[in-house]
Unconditional design. Structure first.
Ligand code: DGL
Length: 276
């Protein structure tokens, strides 16, 4: 059975994992959260790219992966080229779903809600230029929402008021200038944000379509996985979830990881431990 690794800076990758698992229920899944370096969305591009490579190299070895999913927009939009040049396995990245959002928007006004790093990426400029050049795109970067999603995953209740504060600048109404020109579609360009879907719905001043990349990634992974043979045989394995630092905050994630079907939550081995 093919061994699929899901990587993110935190718990956001679980939203991508869910989408992939629903199309490939029999694959073996492994998860890696780089909680030690989290959050990625406030860090410099080079630092994120190098760190993603370091941690993913260890993850690929520790889990003996056949396929790696970078379930983090912030990492994918800056590190995919580097990862593909250094790691010898198929790699699928997650980038903001600008194209489907542009296709679905009737008003021509779409929002991009992502981390502060992602909204500034050249990769994102190019996506908008290519697929939404005739649309008005409102970009909002928020790290606070990433933290709120992390807190929710650890069992906290997220006040809708805090979410409303973070998304209010998305909801610009141009309809006074031109009738029907009002935001109607928002791209969730950070994998943490679907974890706050209920709060986002409640916090919106008017209804919009929320688009994430989960199902597109799931069908890409399904296609790739159908052509892969596992390097280490056919056995079924209830996978391991790793964190890069097993501190008390990471330990609070244990129940969630077990609920999602992982067997155990461990600290990712360091390079010297992997060579033994
Ligand atoms: N989940 C990540 C993403 O999709 C980012 C979270 C972070 O800032 O670390 O961009």
């Amino acid at each position: 059975m093919v061994r699929i690794g899901i990587f993110d800076s935190g718990v956001g990758g679980l939203t991508v994992y869910q989408a992939i698992k629903s199309t490939l229920p029999d694959a073996n899944f492994y998860y890696c959260s780089d909680n030690e370096f989290h959050p990625y969305g406030t860090k410099a591009d080079d630092a994120v790219a190098q760190r993603t490579l370091d941690v993913c190299s260890r993850f690929v070895m520790a889990a003996e992966l056949d396929l790696l999913v970078i379930a983090c927009n912030t990492a994918s939009t800056v590190a995919l080229g580097l990862l593909r040049s250094k790691l010898n396995l198929p790699i699928v990245g997650v980038v903001p779903a600008i194209k489907p959002a542009a296709e679905k928007s009737a008003s021509g006004v779409i929002g991009l809600l992502a981390t502060p790093a992602t909204i500034k990426r050249i990769y994102v400029d190019e996506l908008i230029q290519r697929f939404a050049s005739d649309h008005h795109v409102i970009r909002v970067g928020s790290s606070r929402l990433v933290e709120l999603a992390e807190e929710k995953a650890r069992g906290s209740v997220v006040p809708v008021e805090l979410v409303r504060e973070e998304i209010k600048s998305l909801f610009v109404d141009f309809s006074r200038i031109e009738k029907s020109m009002r935001l109607d579609t928002v791209v969730l360009g950070c994998t943490h944000f679907p974890l706050l879907r209920d709060e986002l719905l409640q916090a919106s001043p008017w209804p919009v379509q929320w688009i994430d990349s989960g199902s597109a990634i799931a069908s890409r992974v399904q296609n790739l996985a159908s052509g892969l043979e596992s390097k280490i045989g056919k056995s079924r394995d209830q996978g391991t979830a790793w964190v890069t630092r097993k501190d008390s905050s990471a330990a609070q994630l244990e129940p969630l990881m077990l609920r999602f079907g992982f067997r155990v939550l461990l600290e990712l081995p360091r390079p010297d431990q992997l060579l033994d």
